[in-house]
Design a protein around this ligand. Structure first.
Ligand SMILES: [Zn+2]
Length: 147
């Protein structure tokens, strides 16, 4: 899937790995919002996230399977499936009106569709430096075209 062929304005279907949790969403700023973050939690989680406004994401199935993880200030709410362990989405501390959503959960998308993904500076949180968001760097993926 080439991101430029992906209709990012339509309603998207999403699910965790075991499909216990299903949700639908509309992206806020399309695939342009794709990013990673280098905070202590996101570094371990390793997911590429895109943005959706809170009111544009609806859990269709398995809300009772979602487990909530909070740390530090506890403002961000990180949800993952209690069956398969896959991160689905999280409400943000930096933009409380939005969810970050695991692109891997979205039907037709994978992290390997992105040649380059910006990494947000999350080691000191934007809210701890007057809300300014910084880019720490970029992660790139290059498909092996010789195999
Ligand atoms: Zn699951």
């Amino acid at each position: 899937m080439n991101p430029s062929d992906f209709d990012e304005r339509r309603e998207l279907q999403a699910a965790c790995h075991c499909k216990a949790v299903r949700f639908r969403l509309v992206l806020t700023n399309g695939l342009r919002s794709a990013r990673r973050c280098n905070c202590s939690y996101c570094s371990m989680r390793g997911a590429v996230a895109v943005s959706a406004n809170l009111e544009d994401l609806h859990v269709l199935q398995g809300a009772d399977k979602l487990t909530l993880y909070q740390f530090n200030t506890g403002q961000a709410k990180h949800y993952f499936c209690s069956v398969c362990g896959i991160y689905t989405f999280h409400s943000r501390r930096s933009v409380p009106t939005q969810y970050g959503v695991n692109v891997s959960c979205i039907e037709g998308l994978s992290p390997f569709d992105f040649g380059e993904v910006p990494v947000s500076e999350g080691r000191d949180h934007p809210m701890d430096r007057n809300g300014a968001s910084l880019t720490a760097g970029w992660l790139s993926y290059r498909a092996n075209t010789e195999s």
